[in-house]
Design a binder for this molecule. Sequence first.
Ligand code: HEM
Length: 351
Amino acid sequence: MVPAFQLSCSELVNKWEKKLSKDGSCELDIWPDLENLAGDAISRTAFGSSYEEGRRIFQLQKEQAHLAVKVFRSVYIPGWRFVPTKTNKRMRQISNEVHALLKGIIDRREKAMKVGETVNDDLLSLLMESNFREMQEHDERKNVGMSVKDVIEECKLFYFAGQETTSDLLLWTMVLLSTHSNWQARAREEVLQVFGNKKPDGDGLNHLKIITMIFHEVLRLYPPVSMLIRTVFADSQVGGWYLPDGAHITLPILLIHHDHEIWGEDAKEFNPERFSEGISKATKGQFAFFPFGYGPRVCIGQNFAMMEAKMALAMILQRFSFELSPSYVHAPCNIITVQPQYGAHLILHGL
Ligand code: HEM
């Protein structure tokens, strides 16, 4: 996982370095590059040697998400999705192409596994190997293990759940560190203390305290997933509320993360110091900070996301200082995740 992050993050900082002009600075919208970084990291860790196909799947999934939001925001007419409109046709096309690409990768891996070839150390192989073993142990009975369709859906979910969210975290971190240069300096100092100018390694990343505090504060103020939706499956009483079977309830992460009663008068301000003694001290033991959800459906990629974000931020801080460009417009909007409506124009200075 860590070498894949290193590679993807190196590509990003090298690309930005090439953009620096003679005076050592450049202005750019960092959003598309951060989106690509997160997609790249998942392609590498999930699909290893099939990375190029993984990239194509990621591009298609991204387009699909935009089309899904467009449909979601239009008036709901039952059965409309079956009408061959331009959007519906494109969505079906994308779905078929993603399915075919994933099936191709899975079939090739399956063949290799059957003839006992060594498989790659990536997420897809882990998923398939454990599935293959389970099916063999149960005499390949059809109802045991995952079907190819299940494996495909898992791969799609990983892209979908892990890409936009991690790029949101990095983006709002860079925006907030641009406006809070004291925290940017503290973060850089920590990175230089731990790694100097060497490439960050996994062990060192686990020791970054200031950066972890900063990420927690960013996840509090700009949680990539702004709310969770749950269905009540039995009549229940919660606090003073009666929740009937089948009701849909929303857990508003964003609102709870901004609540003055929980976080104090400076609830809307960026103050990573509040996490200096960990999450339970910051929340005074209340259940008030849950950017990755909670319970049985908690995000399974949270360590992955934190490691990737730490690697990226550490490498960026080693090479650049940054500030907001005069053309930056602050417009967070909720398109499945909390994203910048007009991108994020920053000025980078090479160090
Ligand atoms: C900052 C980054 C991330 C945030 C804020 C985030 C947040 C979340 C949240 C709120 C949920 C829903 C939990 C619930 O319904 O209770 C979730 C689920 C999930 N996340 Fe993440 N996530 C992030 C990164 C990732 C990454 C990098 C991956 C994969 C590599 C990933 C994979 C998943 C999966 C597979 C689920 C579904 C789990 C299930 O339903 O059992 N996430 N995430």
